[in-house]
Ligand binder design. Structure first.
Ligand SMILES: [Zn+2]
Length: 332
């Protein structure tokens, strides 16, 4: 699929952009369209429930020139590849409608389980927890209200002192996996260094630190300090293990060395690689540690504002009428 065809398709479907995805509701299906080069879209389903209907669906989609795949990433979903060339299939727009129609006809339905309250009868679709799926407007509203209240409370009662204390504890916990892999497996895993700023961030949050940009700054400082500390801990370990120091002697020796300025320079030189790892760790964890109370509240607001109704207005009226008839039935 070429870029102009993709842009045309997005416009025809009236989807909105969420980072690398374009999402919207078509024929009551929450649809995620991948960027141009991939030429495919996905819909959330319960793979367990539609398992026996999949072979028939695969065949029909194949007959249309497309391909149906299952995926477990981002919750279970069906991925449908567009035909290589439009050929006899008309436009990609028609292909989307036809393939969704096929799924519905075969008895495959969109996943109807709200990620917030875990119940069914979803009335809107929104981008939550990394995927575009059905949810309830009132659940999104609840989430947005709760996040706004939490942000306000945090602003009033959050404390830098307890937060920094928590960050130090979190940082210590975060260095443990790196320390253990270096000691036990004799290897360094860059990804594990991300746990140092993440640990500090969660420590800061857990100890009711004020969740503004200071949380990010503290996490970055903790990442740098954590790497120094890791070096220090390793030195203590090697002094005890290789030079038969007692723990007290090793600690005393290193603390004495620390008082000497030259030691800091040498440790800084030694730590260049470690700093590189700390920077990588911060980079890996960036999305998480840059979250503030305000950004979380804004995100919840956006999920609510951008929610797409699953039913259109006329269908909603019909549903309400059905409800009335049901109630009348009860009365009778
Ligand atoms: Zn819900």
């Amino acid at each position: 699929m070429r870029t102009f065809e993709f842009t045309e398709l997005v416009a025809q479907l009236g989807y909105t952009q969420y980072g690398a995805f374009f999402c919207g509701v078509t024929d009551r299906w929450p649809v995620t369209l991948y960027s141009a080069s991939y030429g495919r879209f996905s819909v959330p389903v319960s793979l367990k429930e539609c398992k026996d209907k999949l072979p028939a669906a695969k065949q029909e989609i194949k007959a249309m020139g497309g391909k149906l795949l299952t995926s477990g990433s981002n919750g279970s979903c069906l991925v449908i590849r567009f035909p290589k060339s439009k050929g006899l299939q008309g436009s990609f727009y028609t292909f989307v409608h036809h393939s969704l129609g096929t799924l519905t006809r075969l008895g495959i339905h969109p996943l109807d389980c709200c990620p917030v309250c875990r119940s069914g009868n979803c009335d809107v679709a929104s981008f939550l927890q990394g995927s575009f799926r059905g949810t309830h407007r009132h659940c999104l509203q609840g989430k947005a209200d709760a996040a706004a209240t939490a942000a306000e409370e945090n602003l009033q009662s959050g404390s830098y002192v307890t937060g920094i204390l928590g960050a130090i504890i979190g940082m210590l916990v975060g260095t443990l996996p790196s320390l253990l892999t270096i000691l036990l497996a004799d290897s360094i895993y860059a990804l594990l260094f991300a746990l140092i700023p993440i640990g500090a961030y969660f420590g800061y949050k857990l100890f009711r630190g004020r969740m503004n940009k200071v949380a990010l700054l503290v996490s970055i400082l903790a990442a740098v300090f954590g790497v120094f500390l890791l070096n220090f801990e390793l030195l203590v370990y090697y002094l005890i293990n290789d030079y038969y120091f007692t723990f007290k002697e090793a600690l005393g020796f290193l603390l004495e060395e620390l008082a000497d300025g030259g030691y800091w320079l040498s440790i800084a030189k030694d730590s260049l690689l470690a700093f590189f790892f700390a920077a990588l760790g911060v980079l890996f964890a960036w999305r998480l540690i840059s979250r503030t109370a305000d950004s979380t509240a804004a995100e919840a607001q956006a999920a609510l504002r951008r929610a797409v109704p699953i039913y259109d207005q006329t269908e909603l009226c019909e549903l309400e009428e059905d409800d009335d008839t049901l109630q009348e039935d009860h009365l009778l």
